[in-house]
Design a protein around this ligand. Structure first.
Ligand SMILES: [Mn+2]
Length: 211
């Protein structure tokens, strides 16, 4: 079953999703969960992200709608039933924060979206895992397009950041034509690339850029 078909089948008929990522969230984890969360909301699904650590200052711009909450602010009773947990950029609850992992295990309905190898080969078909993808953000973007949803700037910016940081600005061999095709559609939303790079990577001295 393709990743898109797997995702589609897992969200079929569901009303609520909680997303999270690995401990010490990086740009790929944050970007993928925010992009998917906003896309799921476009579909009328109640969605929120729960991270155990606050967003680093340099990544705050990736979540202008504050879809990420910390576990203290996430009241399961208030949120109601969780139909599905989505974990991005890792494929094991061992790498999910200790405050969050028990909720996922207790619920049991979990979908991993990831590009890292996993020892649990038998579970690959049940999850959205593609080790050839340059970033989880690439997988998330391809899923969103595959569902027929439109990229908004608020979806595109975190996904673009995820890809650019995880590929170290398109330097790794995992970057493919598919990566660039997706990125072109992200940029078509009008997101501002130079500001983004400055905001996420910090200032660079000209000497570093030139030499
Ligand atoms: Mn990644």
């Amino acid at each position: 079953m393709s990743i898109l078909d797997t995702f589609r089948s897992r969200i079929q008929g569901i009303k609520s999703v909680v997303l999270t990522t690995h401990v010490m969230p990086d740009a790929d984890g944050i970007g993928s969960e925010v992009g998917l969360c906003l896309a799921l909301r476009q579909m009328g699904i109640k969605a929120i992200c729960v991270n155990s650590e606050p967003l680093p200052q340099r990544y705050r711009y990736m979540d202008p709608q504050n879809v990420i909450v910390d576990p203290q602010d996430f009241n399961l009773n208030e949120f109601g039933q969780v139909d599905l947990w989505i974990v991005v950029d890792t494929n094991t609850t061992d790498r999910v924060a200790a405050e969050i992992a028990p909720h996922i295990k207790k619920n049991g309905n979990v979908l991993f979206i990831d590009h890292h190898p996993t020892p649990h080969h038998e579970q690959w078909s049940q999850h959205c895992i593609d080790t050839s993808a340059a970033a989880t953000g690439q997988l998330a973007g391809e899923i969103i397009l595959g569902l027929g949803l439109k990229f908004t700037p608020e979806i595109a910016l975190p996904l673009y950041t995820a890809i650019i940081i995880d590929t170290s600005s398109f330097r790794y061999p995992s970057v493919s034509a598919k990566t660039h095709r997706l990125v072109s559609q992200l940029l078509d939303t009008g997101i501002t690339r130079p500001l983004l790079i400055m905001a996420s990577m910090g200032p660079r001295k000209w000497s570093i850029c030139i030499f």
